[in-house]
Design a protein around this ligand. Structure first.
Ligand code: ATP
Ligand code: MG
Length: 167
């Protein structure tokens, strides 16, 4: 998988699909901006949803600052909010940065198992909705002008070798 650099790299995937792990493997910590980390920074923890607005305000400022400087920024959120995606894409494009979406097509059963093993699991119904939305989002991303890459989420899994029709 060849991702341009610098670029705005949007991670898209359900809880437990492996987004943050992948980002840590491929990018420097300062290149990654995470809504979970910012919720923990301005609120009581990664799951403090009351802190979301403050967290996203900071996230937007980080995307703005890094884009303007032509620096890679990896946006680690669910990536499922079309309005937020549009705002980040506009920032990147006005700075001349390519907009890349990395979709985590991790099997639902793997996400569910990882989620269940976590300290504070996302409710099963919420995860189910996220998984469905991730399945539908690829065509939306392409229509929005993102360069879409798909990863299987598990390095050793055969499914990660299958390429989507679009790539
Ligand atoms: P969230 O949306 O909740 O932040 P996430 O998509 O960032 O989830 P991670 O936190 O990266 O998911 O991964 C969830 C769990 O799965 C972690 O315990 C991590 O160690 C494990 N994991 C992630 N990627 C892999 C992988 N490629 N192989 C094996 N385990 C993995
Ligand atoms: Mg994460």
């Amino acid at each position: 998988m060849q991702i341009p650099d610098p670029a705005l790299v949007l991670l898209v995937g359900a809880a437990g699909s492996g987004k943050s792990t992948w980002a840590a493997e491929h990018y420097r910590p300062t290149e990654v901006v995470s809504s979970d980390a910012l919720r923990a920074l301005v609120g009581s923890g990664t799951a403090d949803l009351d802190a979301s607005n403050d967290a996203f305000e900071i996230l937007d400022r980080v995307v703005t600052g890094r884009s303007r400087r032509g620096l890679t920024v990896v946006v680690d959120t669910l990536g499922l909010d079309a309005q937020r995606r549009a705002a980040w894409a506009a920032l990147a494009r006005s700075a001349g940065l390519p907009t890349v979406a990395v979709v985590f097509d991790t099997p639902a059963a793997v996400c569910r198992a990882r989620n269940a093993a976590r300290d504070r699991p996302v409710p099963a119904s919420v995860l189910g909705t996220q998984l469905q939305r991730v399945r539908d989002v690829r065509t939306e991303l392409e229509a929005e002008g993102w360069e879409v890459h798909v990863v299987g989420g598990e390095a050793s899994e055969p499914s990660s070798l299958g390429s989507p029709a679009s790539s």
